[in-house]
Ligand binder design. Structure first.
Ligand SMILES: [Zn+2]
Length: 133
């Protein structure tokens, strides 16, 4: 199996990946307006304040949109896969995958729970599986 395309980890995103390796989903939350945002940016994407901190998210969300991908976009992807936009309980949207169910069962609005899959040494990707409400 070729090595999959791996995330580029920067000082800005390092805390996210460190927590992922421990099975925790972290989101930036603004100290000025109190809202969560994702991806991490230097400034809050809602009010542009630079005062924000990492907080642990619930890991729950719902499926906002998805596509079933049949042609691998790069070496290392196992197709078909479900490319998903997950609306997190805290508000932000996250690109990920839906796993753990038949593709025919995937539907908009389904309840999801995060899981972390180690795809390379030390790299744990957040993916989502179906959950009860
Ligand atoms: Zn803000």
């Amino acid at each position: 199996m070729p090595t999959p395309t791996l995330p580029a980890i920067s000082p800005l995103t390092q805390p996210f990946w460190d927590a992922a390796a421990q099975g925790r989903l972290m989101l930036p939350r603004c100290n000025a307006c109190g809202r969560h945002f994702f991806r991490p940016e230097v400034a809050c994407t809602h009010c542009f304040a630079t005062d924000w901190q990492w907080v642990q998210a619930s890991g729950r969300g719902s499926l906002y949109s998805y596509s079933i991908v049949h042609k691998a976009p790069a070496p290392g992807f196992v197709v078909p896969l479900v490319l998903a936009v997950v609306e997190l309980e805290e508000g932000p949207f996250m690109f990920s995958n839906v796993v753990g169910c038949a593709h025919a069962e995937v539907h908009i609005g389904m309840h999801l729970q995060v899981q972390f899959d180690e795809v390379a040494p030390g790299i744990h990707l957040p993916r989502f599986h179906p959950s009860k409400a």
